[in-house]
Ligand binder design. Structure first.
Ligand code: ASC
Length: 151
């Protein structure tokens, strides 16, 4: 009996843990979630971009903190583009193709996450030149997905 309870509790915990809790009650909830996650990610990626562009002075520690947050955030939005996120009524710029071409959409999101990791690796060296060398590739993945899937 005790073994059964432990097994049941484990199953419930894995099924409903934050990361695997994939269904939103309403498409609008999913849209708000993905918009929030992407907004936070873009804000911190943009903070690194401002240093790359010389708009703010380079600070290796601040760059690293910002890319770390961007990398973490880059894992989150995608569940909001899953089946329960289709057909939101709040203002949003998701093209319907996202739900017709989920494999292609995932290729884009995977690529973006991989490129952000390269910027994170560069930031760990503390070199602005290394960050510069990786930053453009990451930005290009944002643009490629927007061109295909953002209205
Ligand atoms: C950003 C941001 C995007 C991308 C894109 C790159 O910093 O918010 O959406 O980079 O502009 O082309």
């Amino acid at each position: 009996m005790k073994k059964f309870l432990v097994l049941a509790a484990t199953l419930i915990a894995t099924t409903f843990s934050a990361a695997s809790y994939a269904q939103f009650a309403k498409p609008d909830d999913a849209a708000k979630y993905r918009q929030g996650a992407l907004t936070v990610m873009a804000r911190h990626f943009g903070a690194v971009g401002a240093m790359v562009q010389g708009k703010v002075p380079f600070d290796a520690k601040v760059a690293q903190e910002n890319i770390d947050i961007a990398v973490f955030m880059s894992k989150l939005p995608w569940v909001g583009f899953g089946p329960s996120g289709e057909g939101a009524s709040i203002k949003n710029t998701s093209k319907p193709e996202i739900w017709k071409e989920q494999a292609k959409f995932k290729e884009h999101s995977d690529k973006m996450q991989a490129e952000l990791l390269k910027v994170q690796t560069a930031a760990k060296t503390g070199s602005l030149d290394a960050i510069k060398a990786s930053f453009g590739g990451a930005g290009a993945t944002c643009k490629a997905c927007h061109d295909a899937f953002k209205s």
